[in-house]
Each structure stands twice: as C-alpha cells, then as structure tokens.
Write a protein that binds this ligand. Sequence first.
Ligand SMILES: Nc1ncnc2c1ncn2[C@@H]1O[C@H](COP(=O)(O)OP(=O)(O)OP(=O)(O)O)[C@@H](O)[C@H]1O
Ligand SMILES: Nc1ncnc2c1ncn2[C@@H]1O[C@H](COP(=O)(O)OP(=O)(O)OP(=O)(O)O)[C@@H](O)[C@H]1O
Ligand SMILES: [Mg+2]
Ligand SMILES: [Mg+2]
Lengths: 254, 254
Amino acid sequence: MSIIAFMNQKGGVGKTTTAVTIGSILAAEHRKKVLLVDLDPQGNLSDHLSIDPNETEKSIYDVIIGGLAPEAVMQKVHGLDVLPANIDLSGAEVELAGMMMRETRLKKALDPLADKYDYILLDCPPSLGLLTISGLTFAQQVIVPMQAEYLALRGLSQLIHTIGLVREHLNPELDVSGVVFCMYDGRTNLSRDVRAEVENHFPGRVYASVIRKNIRMAEAPSHGLPVNLYDPQCAGAQDYRAVVNELLSREGMQ
Amino acid sequence: MSIIAFMNQKGGVGKTTTAVTIGSILAAEHRKKVLLVDLDPQGNLSDHLSIDPNETEKSIYDVIIGGLAPEAVMQKVHGLDVLPANIDLSGAEVELAGMMMRETRLKKALDPLADKYDYILLDCPPSLGLLTISGLTFAQQVIVPMQAEYLALRGLSQLIHTIGLVREHLNPELDVSGVVFCMYDGRTNLSRDVRAEVENHFPGRVYASVIRKNIRMAEAPSHGLPVNLYDPQCAGAQDYRAVVNELLSREGMQ
Ligand SMILES: Nc1ncnc2c1ncn2[C@@H]1O[C@H](COP(=O)(O)OP(=O)(O)OP(=O)(O)O)[C@@H](O)[C@H]1O
Ligand SMILES: Nc1ncnc2c1ncn2[C@@H]1O[C@H](COP(=O)(O)OP(=O)(O)OP(=O)(O)O)[C@@H](O)[C@H]1O
Ligand SMILES: [Mg+2]
Ligand SMILES: [Mg+2]
C-alpha cells in the first residue's frame, strides 16, 4: 500500500496530469485499487475526471475542516475512487491556520481508508501552504513532477527544505521517492542542463522515463478523461505507461 | 500612474515572465519609472532579475509583516526598482491570517511610493491566498496572463469571483483591465477554442497581441535578464513590445 503526494510549489509543471494519469493506468491496466485526492482549491484533478468542482456539494473540504467521513464525499469515476475539491477549499488555508492539529487532520481522516487501497494519490496545489503540508503529513513518499526549466529548478531548495521540516516534526518516514520530468523536450540545451542538475540533487531518484510534450495531454482534460482513456496509443499515454512500470519496479513489484 | 497586479491562480501560465518583461520594456524603451514587487514566496521575479532570494537579507516580507519602509529593501537592477521576495515570505500567508488589517498592510506600506513611479507591477503567486489578496487590495487594475488550455480556463470563474470579493470589501476600483495569452500556439484547435471562450468572459479586454511559445523566453531567466535585454530581436521580445504598445494605447497614451 503506497500513499504518494504529487507536489511541487512551482506552478504548471504537470502535478495534476501526473497524478490522474498514473492513477488511471494503475487502475485500468494493473488492476490496482486506487484513491485520488484533490487537495488543490483549483479542483483541476476533479475537473480532469469530469467532476465539476462548482457542482460538487461535499468535498475534501468537509472532510478536513468539517470532520465528515471520506466515504460521504467519495465519487467513483473511470474505475477510480475520488475525493474531489470544490470552491470551499480555497478558504481552507486560512481556516486551518487557526485550528488545533491543523497539519494532521487529513491524515486522521484518511488513515482508516489506507488498507482498502493499493495506491492513494494526492494532488497538491502550487504552494507550500497548509493544504500541501497536510498532504505531506499523510503521504509516505513524494513524487516531484518537474519541468526542465530554470525557474522550476530554482524552487528545488525550498521544496527539499519543506519536506525536511515535515519529516522532522510531523512525518518521520517522508521522503522524495522520485522526480518525473514532464512536458520534456530533449532537443534543447536548457532541458538537458536542468535534468543534469536535478540528477545531482536527487541521485538515483530521477525517473529514466520522461513525459514528452504532447498536445493530446492538454486535450484530455477537456474531455473529462485521463489521457490513457482519451487516446490510448498517443505518445503521452505511452510515456506514462513507462513511468508506471518504473514506479512498480522501484517498489519491487510488477 | 498605474498599479497593475499580474494574477492567475493557475500555475505556470506566464505571470512572472509577463510582469518582468513588460516592466523592463516600459523602463528601457519607453523611459517609464517602474517598480516591480515580488509577492511570490518562490521568488521567481527576483531570480529572473538575478536577485537570489536565498541571499536576500531583507525582502517584501519585512515590509508587509515587519513594518520596514520599502526603501530599506529596494534593489535597483537593469533600470528597474525591485522589492524582492525571500524564503521568509513562505511563512507570510499563515502569519498574515492572524494579523489585524492583514489585507491592507501592503497597500499602507506602498501607497506613499505611488507618486514616484509611472508603473508599479505586482507578481502574484499561483493561489488566491492572502499574498494575492494583498496585491489585489493595493492594485488599481489586474492583467491576467493566460494559457490557452482547458485547465487554465476552468479557473476563470474562481478568479472573477475573488476579484469581485476584493472589489466589494477592500478596493472598489479594482477590475480586470486585460487578459494576455502567453505561450500561445495558434495552430491548435484547443488554443483557438479557449481563446474564443475567454473573449466571451472578458469582452473587449483580451489583448489582440499574444505571446508565442519561444525557447528564448525560458532561457532568459537563467541569464538573470528580461528577454528584451537577453535577446532583443527574438519573437518573445517582439511579442511583448506589441503587448506594451497595446497597454499604452489602452491607457490612452503612448
Ligand atoms: N506532457 C504534456 N504535454 C503537453 N501539455 C501538458 C502535458 N502535461 C500537462 N500538460 C498541460 O499543461 C498544463 C499544466 O499541467 P498541470 O495542470 O497538470 O500542472 P500542475 O502542476 O498541476 O499545475 P498547477 O500548478 O496549476 O496545479 C495543463 O494545461 C495540462 O493539460
Ligand atoms: N512565451 C514563452 N515561451 C516559452 N516559455 C515561456 C514563455 N513564457 C514563460 N515561459 C516559461 O514557462 C515557465 C512558466 O512561466 P512563469 O514562471 O512566468 O509562469 P508563472 O505563472 O509565473 O508560474 P507560477 O504559477 O509558478 O508563478 C517558466 O519556466 C518560463 O520561463
Ligand atoms: Mg494542478
Ligand atoms: Mg510566477
């Protein structure tokens, strides 16, 4: 049983796309039981799976802040269980700031579910605030979706620093298990330079498989489908299959 | 005198690149006095201008939270005045949550500077939290950098909702003055569809000039330079010049 947070405070690097697509391939092609959790007030993971955050009455907000049982907000779609986000979540950061046990509320609510799933995947917002910290407190490992660009590279030291703080105070087993390059264009010097530098930061943890830039990836969410269901043979779906195979072999099982 | 917030909670859409490049062109090519403010704990605006947030002792954090005068943290680089960010800013959201007058602290600190500049440009983080709200409370207008993709489109209703709340409670003159498409690839149906939909949301306010995808844009930050100084004749620099011209003509002056 693995609990993985997809986290990077840099915006637009592929966190949501990676959580949704890996989850969908694990469920549809490796027969794993998968729970996806949308911790981003934008609700992009929910949207990507055709769950409209604007129409969703109850969400992960009610679980974290309201103490509702997760089963009461869970939706099933495309063979996946989903705890969706909605607009209420955008107030959660400020509300959590003043609450007791604010960092561990998500963990307390979801721990009882842990043995029902093979994978629980958390999509984090582009920030190091309390929603991301809640996700890191519950997760066992972090996969960092990464764009091979300079500004994304600059954020790594803050990312490592924050994970270190969570490990020290809230979750001793937490660590970065992998870095996956998304929207990767191997022809540019910039991409290759950044990739080399990231491999220095995370020796042995940068996935050999990369996700190439591919318009079908950007189209899939508008159809409410993960790319492996939208266009199963496209380059993006193939690339994510390779990443899933690498994830499984890194975990010592296929 | 214009105070413009570059804001979009969707990550990676071009907020930082747009604020830096417009600021640099206004200063270097239109002889305007420009102040840039980095409200993002990532410190990407600072980085883009070769101000290392990790080496910066005093930052906008000390102005908003510590009450320091903005002149005490100001740096001058490439003909621009900059109020940089540093790592302290990542604690600001939670600290601000419990403070008196939390939304207006930035405005109180920077209002006295207003008559010294032609343009004050604010780079907001990818969230609707208190740092973004602080920027919206101080700004007179909002320019929304936008990616022509489905997930970015989905965020517009939350963005409009948040600006409406700020206008109602904190800043009656605030409005979206423009939307600028960044990293635009006009050959795809997705781009054209999204652009048409955004024009419905913001009639008359979508800039005719778009910023095309261009690798030199992604290279410029690694050289600590705005693209108009890094590679003045590249497509990105030309596109941003067209946007600046449109900004000036929309403001009724050249
Ligand atoms: N391999 C790819 N090729 C092309 N487009 C992609 C690819 N992966 C993701 N995208 C698109 O790029 C944009 C950013 O991806 P995504 O939203 O998954 O990133 P994110 O890190 O979750 O963003 P945020 O920081 O806002 O949460 C989306 O519009 C998505 O559809
Ligand atoms: N026109 C362009 N063509 C190619 N790359 C671009 C372009 N504009 C920006 N970029 C690159 O795309 C990435 C995202 O841009 P940028 O960081 O400005 O977005 P942002 O909205 O400020 O992100 P965040 O949400 O993390 O603050 C950066 O690596 C930047 O260098
Ligand atoms: Mg996302
Ligand atoms: Mg930015």
